[in-house]
Design a protein around this ligand. Structure first.
Ligand SMILES: [Fe+2]
Length: 166
């Protein structure tokens, strides 16, 4: 359950508070995973190595920018509906379900596979957001999450195709 917003942060809304609180929880979980995946994608962008270096390095940079690009909109959906969102790196760590990868070396093939799986996890987050937003009649969240889902599906597709051997 989302922590209740401090009275000074309780944005007025006509939608039912309990249901919006569930939407906020799902959005905050997705937001934490976006930050975790953003940093992992940058990590792999910085550390990728091998014959496809240039392609993978550039692909990961594009994907990281796309992930980072939706974080503000996710957080602001939480605030627009009267709840509070993440505040720190520690808050991200407490909410993320996508795991960090601090390994000293990861092969390019393993990077592509791991990022693909992580994007599929993010899609699950977004499907949960969609389901709860529909239940709460939160039309704006329900609408905007479709674009985030489409982008994550595109990233998973590119990562899958880039990982093919032939
Ligand atoms: Fe870079």
């Amino acid at each position: 359950m989302a922590k209740a917003a401090a009275p000074k942060l309780a944005t007025p809304t006509d939608l039912p508070t309990n249901e919006l609180s569930s939407v906020a929880d799902a959005l905050n979980a997705a937001l934490a995973n976006c930050f975790a995946l953003y940093l992992k994608t940058k990590n792999f962008h910085w550390h990728v190595s091998g014959p496809h270096f240039r392609d993978y390095h550039l692909l990961m940079d594009d994907q990281a920018a796309q992930i980072y690009g939706i974080t503000d909109a996710i957080a602001e959906r939480v605030r627009k509906t009267g709840n509070v969102t993440l505040r720190s790196i520690g808050d991200i760590a407490r909410h993320q379900s996508i795991k960090d990868n601090d390994a000293s070396f990861v092969s390019a093939a393993d990077m592509l596979a791991e990022l693909r799986d992580d994007n599929l996890k993010l899609i699950e987050n977004f499907r949960k957001v969609k389901e709860l937003a529909e239940e709460a009649k939160d039309n704006a969240t329900s609408g905007i999450v479709d674009e985030w889902t489409d982008q994550a599906e595109e990233r998973a597709w590119f990562l899958f195709e880039a990982s093919r051997k032939a």
